[in-house]
Write a protein that binds this ligand. Structure first.
Ligand SMILES: CC(C)(COP(=O)(O)OP(=O)(O)OC[C@H]1O[C@@H](n2cnc3c(N)ncnc32)[C@H](O)[C@@H]1OP(=O)(O)O)[C@@H](O)C(=O)NCCC(=O)NCCS
Length: 172
């Protein structure tokens, strides 16, 4: 995949059809905190009420069409030094290096946009090997295992915590 075809931009309501094509897929949402989108109305409401107002949620685009998302959410007050990162990609695009490219782009932007941000962290389920590999390729450090840390899809799960600091180099 040529990196020049991949871009990050805010969501638009007109992304609704493209958004549904990946957010409506259980394979994509399996490890996400939110549930699979099941109707056009739900997709529209999600874009309007969650994706667009979010402090930094971007559509991962291929030739400007939405094929996934990446979000960075800084905490508030004294904890604004730290942000959580989340991402997902349409199933048919997996394994082509797209999220690796998108994460590198996101990191180079968010440390400039959020001046007090020094740490971006990700929580990844132990079984989610693909996501762990992406984080490692981008230079995140696997910092530990959080036992029974997060509730997802009916179960409390063990999660690895990964961290990336503003001083860490983003690989080429
Ligand atoms: C995880 C996800 C974001 C990866 O996106 P992607 O664009 O396919 O990632 P990349 O192609 O950049 O890299 C994937 C890497 O994981 C590896 N990988 C994928 N599945 C794997 C598995 N089951 N075991 C080991 N490695 C695996 C790939 O081989 C590749 O590594 P390589 O380049 O060394 O070969 C994508 O699969 C996805 O959207 N999953 C569902 C949502 C999700 O899990 N989000 C993250 C929640 S923490």
């Amino acid at each position: 995949m040529e990196s020049s075809r991949i871009s990050l931009r805010p969501f638009k309501l007109s992304d609704v059809e493209d958004f549904m094509s990946w957010a409506g897929d259980d394979r994509v949402t399996r490890y996400l905190r939110w549930n699979t989108i099941t109707s056009r109305e739900e997709a529209f409401k999600y874009l309007k009420e969650v994706a667009i107002p979010h402090p930094w949620r971007r559509s991962i685009c291929l030739d400007d069409r939405s094929i996934g998302y990446i979000s960075v959410k800084p905490e508030s007050g004294d904890d604004r030094c730290r942000a959580h990162i989340g991402y997902a990609l349409g199933w048919e695009y997996w394994g082509q290096g797209i999220v690796t490219v998108a994460l590198k782009m996101a990191l180079s932007i968010v440390f400039k946009e959020f001046q007090d941000l020094v740490r971006v962290q990700a929580l990844v389920e132990v079984e989610n090997k693909g996501s762990q590999r992406v984080l490692e390729k981008v230079g995140f450090l696997k910092e530990g295992l959080l036992r029974k840390y997060g509730f997802n899809k009916g179960e409390v799960r063990d999660m690895f915590i990964y961290g990336f600091l503003s001083t860490d180099p983003i690989p080429d």
